[in-house]
Write a protein that binds this ligand. Structure first.
Ligand code: NAI
Length: 304
């Protein structure tokens, strides 16, 4: 009953203004997609230099889209880009930005204290109807929701990199998230031409929960001398129909990121702590230690 009373979303408050915190890799992508599908978006970051970087990412991504859409027509390309950017505002004032928000999407640094600070300060200022979401990959949504007085209006909204290209969004519900809030978020994702899936608030949600042990198992297989990374990748691409092999994937995601998630789960992941499935891999640890982090460092399992 409390849940029903404290929730007034969709019909009463359709999502019009979206405020995205963090203008990095993920935040800028989310801003781009929301503005493309006609939402008014405010992008918030710590300082103007970060915001400029975010706007720069969006511009260059939109340029690629525009070139494909309007091959030779430069005027049309320009109009397409400027129209989308006209719906994007930027701000370094997190509290002022949230006053107009129907939906908050948090995509700041992956640090639980920093995220909790942000959400607790926003909660005091945001309108009662505002839905709060986090794009976190590895933190429990419940640990963020608990610092606010709106647990029914708090959920995970987990996009994938690169946001403009990747269709999937995991909509993550805690035990407190109201069903109508999930419905609103699912509709929001569909309005962005994304494919939403629903999932409980558990480590790794769906995709990473399956991918991280899979990639680690591939590394263990190579550690045991069963096969080479090249042959494992070929095997999974041609034998299982995967678009990338596990070593191409771990190089793309980053060996450090993969290790960070794995170690966190082994230490304290709900239902995973101490499980062999997520035990540390010596090979992975050594590679990370030596600075071979994957594509971003120029070398992981492969050279780039
Ligand atoms: P990033 O490092 O590219 O961007 C983070 C941005 O947040 C930076 O511009 C930083 O200045 C800003 N920031 C930090 N503290 C802030 C604050 N208090 N207020 C406003 N802005 C602040 O990080 P990235 O990769 O975009 O990740 C962001 C979130 O998205 C993390 O929670 C991560 O787990 C999640 N995520 C990342 C994916 C990836 O492939 N990189 C995939 C899916 C989710």
């Amino acid at each position: 009953a409390v849940r029903a009373l404290s929730t007034n979303t969709d019909a009463a408050h359709p999502i019009k203004r979206v405020v995205v915190y963090g203008s990095g890799l993920m935040g800028s992508g989310i801003v781009q997609v929301a503005a493309t599908y006609n939402y008014q978006v405010t992008m918030v970051d710590l300082n103007p230099a970060m915001l400029d970087k975010g706007t720069g990412y969006i511009r260059s991504s939109l340029k690629r889209v525009a070139r494909k859409k309007f091959a030779e027509d430069e005027a049309q390309q320009k109009h397409f880009i400027e129209d989308i950017l006209s719906r994007v505002q930027t701000s370094t004032d997190p509290l002022a930005a949230v006053e107009q928000a129907d939906l908050v999407v948090e995509a700041i640094v992956e640090n639980v204290a920093t995220k909790r600070n942000l959400f607790s300060s926003l909660d005091g200022v945001a309108p009662p109807h505002t839905i709060f979401t986090s794009n976190t990959s590895s933190l429990p949504i419940g640990q963020l929701a608990e610092v606010t007085a709106r647990p029914t209006k708090f959920a995970g909204l987990h996009f994938f990199n690169p946001v403009p290209q990747m269709k999937l969004v995991e909509v993550v519900k805690t035990n407190d998230t109201a069903p109508e809030v999930i419905e609103t978020l699912v509709d929001f994702c569909k309005s962005l031409k994304k494919a939403p899936v629903q999932c409980k608030d558990t480590p790794g949600f769906i995709v990473n929960r399956l991918l991280v042990p899979y990639m680690t198992e591939a590394i263990r297989l190579v550690e045991r001398g069963v096969a080479s990374p090249e042959d494992v990748d070929t095997a999974m691409k041609l034998g299982a129909g995967y678009p990338m092999g596990p070593f191409e994937l771990v190089d793309y995601i980053g060996l450090d990121t993969t290790k960070f998630i794995l170690d966190g789960w082994y230490k304290s992941g709900e239902g995973l702590a101490g499980d062999k499935l997520v035990a540390p891999s010596e090979k992975l640890n050594k590679l990370v230690e030596s600075g071979r982090l994957g594509r971003k460092s120029g070398e992981g399992f492969y050279k780039y």
